[in-house]
Design a protein around this ligand. Sequence first.
Ligand SMILES: [Zn+2]
Ligand SMILES: [Zn+2]
Ligand SMILES: [Zn+2]
Length: 131
Amino acid sequence: MGFDINLFVGCVDEELICSICTDVLKQAIQLTPCQHLYCSSCLNMWFQMAPKTTCPVDGTEVNKTNITAIPRCIRNMLSKLTIKCQDCNEVMTLSKYENHNCFQEILSQMGDYINQIDQVLIDLEFNQLNN
Ligand SMILES: [Zn+2]
Ligand SMILES: [Zn+2]
Ligand SMILES: [Zn+2]
């Protein structure tokens, strides 16, 4: 499955959409005979369901040697898309999002928050001692 299209900010070029999941291409691959692009996981799933390994859009018969990396220009277009992380609401490029470890960031924010609370408690104690 691709990246949920609803998370993207602004419009996404049709070329960057996977026809199987209708979301934005994730770990995309290209079929050389017809140049269609799909998420690798979607195409794998399709190949497992279909009686023959064909292109889901035009039915071109393909085999493993017909699967190749996506063109550099497509990769660049994908990496420049803007996406909003559902968990932390941060807006970032897709290339950053792919390495975005939200859980870690939330933990570090929580860490700051906990430090602030600690500081408040220390201040309170200090005030009580002085009174
Ligand atoms: Zn897909
Ligand atoms: Zn095709
Ligand atoms: Zn996040």
